[in-house]
Write a protein that binds this ligand. Structure first.
Ligand SMILES: NC(=O)c1ccc[n+]([C@@H]2O[C@H](COP(=O)([O-])OP(=O)(O)OC[C@H]3O[C@@H](n4cnc5c(N)ncnc54)[C@H](OP(=O)(O)O)[C@@H]3O)[C@@H](O)[C@H]2O)c1
Length: 342
């Protein structure tokens, strides 16, 4: 992964251009951007019959995850909705089933911030579905105060980073069995403001600012995605990270009520926010590309600012820390032999 700063004038100029391009695009994160961009998209990209695919979406009880699950199911995919609350999960399953017009919509309950729950979820999923074609790691949250999980992990890290990593590791055999298959991580534009710092991520400083810790977690998701791409090279399992833009969701309304009241009308709705994720999960066009960061069906750079670049080994340190916390070997070599030499 390219984690070094610009090395020469050309690279520096390209970096400055990327910054300008990034700033110019900021207003496009909302609904206006979606309306403008969709004119360039080919509607056939998402006019699909996914009846032979099994897709698992985490955080499917509300917001973007629910919209992703609904869209995949209406294209006839079998969809597993992972939710943490039984009542909200049942409501989501009813809504998705009604929209899809078929009954291949399943509910799994799990708290993704809990490693025991992720292990149990993966075991149940693997039992029920020998082949998994799409895994959407959508769960994330912003916590305004520092919290620990009952397992003693900082909650933002446990929920937004470790849960998705752990689930992906445990479901990898099922994704490999279904290849060509896809892993889609839901990122965020805030990652562009943050630098990966593994120690601060796993154990945030005492002066805890929820929005900053959330941003760190989203940078970590993108960094891990880059390593997934690397580790899965030579397999037919792709890994991508798609960011949804700025979206009016229950999570945003609950955590940032003033922001939601002030500019809610300018934000994307959940279906619009789900578009890039669904496109990455299902479209043949997305399958033809090897890029790993996406927004509005376009490739995006990994960094906009020089200060967010880290030492090349920092993402690997994160991977190793996550593997250790999940009691898994660091290497995927037993599943993906080609990774032995990496
Ligand atoms: N909204 C935005 O503007 C925006 C922008 C950039 C990126 N994103 C990303 O988009 C994704 C979805 O966000 P959203 O705005 O749709 O959020 P949301 O409305 O809060 O939905 C989050 C979903 O995740 C579930 N969830 C949260 N913690 C969980 C846990 N520990 N275990 C299992 N499920 C859990 C929630 O379940 P409950 O229903 O039980 O709460 C809910 O279904 C996140 O990755 C977020 O970072 C959102």
């Amino acid at each position: 992964m390219s984690a070094k700063g610009p090395r020469g004038p050309d690279e520096g100029a390209l970096g400055a251009l990327a910054v300008l391009r990034g700033l110019a695009q900021a207003p496009l994160l909302g609904a206006l951007g979606y309306q403008l961009r969709r004119r360039q998209w080919d509607p056939r990209d998402l006019d699909l019959d996914l009846s032979d695919r099994v897709c698992l979406v985490t955080g499917a009880s509300s917001g973007i995850g629910l919209a992703v699950a609904r869209k995949l199911a209406t294209q006839r995919a079998t969809v597993v909705l992972v939710c943490r609350d039984a009542a909200r999960g049942a409501a989501a399953v009813s809504e998705v089933t009604a929209a899809a017009g078929h009954g291949r919509v399943h509910l799994e309950l799990a708290d993704l911030s809990c490693r025991e729950a992720v292990r149990a979820l993966a075991a149940r999923t693997a039992d029920r579905f020998p082949r998994l074609h799409v895994l959407v790691n959508n769960v994330a949250a912003t916590f305004l105060e520092r919290q620990l999980t009952p397992e003693g992990l900082e909650r933002t890290f446990a929920t937004n980073v470790l849960g998705g990593y752990h689930l992906t590791r445990l479901l990898l055999p099922r994704l490999l069995a279904a290849a060509p298959s896809r892993i889609v991580h839901v990122g965020s534009a805030v990652q562009y403001l943050h630098r990966l710092d593994v120690d601060a991520l796993v154990s945030p400083p005492q002066r805890y600012v929820g929005e900053i810790v959330y941003g760190h977690s989203k940078r970590a998701v993108a960094a891990l995605n880059h390593l997934w791409v690397d580790q899965l090279e030579g397999t037919e399992v792709s890994s991508t990270c798609g960011q949804p833009g700025l979206v009016a969701t229950p999570g945003v309304a609950q955590t940032f009520p003033r922001y939601h009241r002030a500019i809610g009308r300018l934000l994307r709705d959940p279906d619009q926010g789900a578009d890039t994720v669904v496109w990455l999960a299902a479209s043949p066009e997305a399958a033809r590309s090897s890029a790993d960061l996406w927004f509005d069906r376009e490739r995006h750079p990994e960094h906009l600012f020089r200060w967010t670049r880290t030492e090349p080994d920092e993402p690997k340190r994160l991977w190793a820390r996550c593997a250790a916390l999940c009691d898994l070997p660091e290497s995927l070599s037993t599943l993906v032999p080609a990774t032995r030499s990496r």
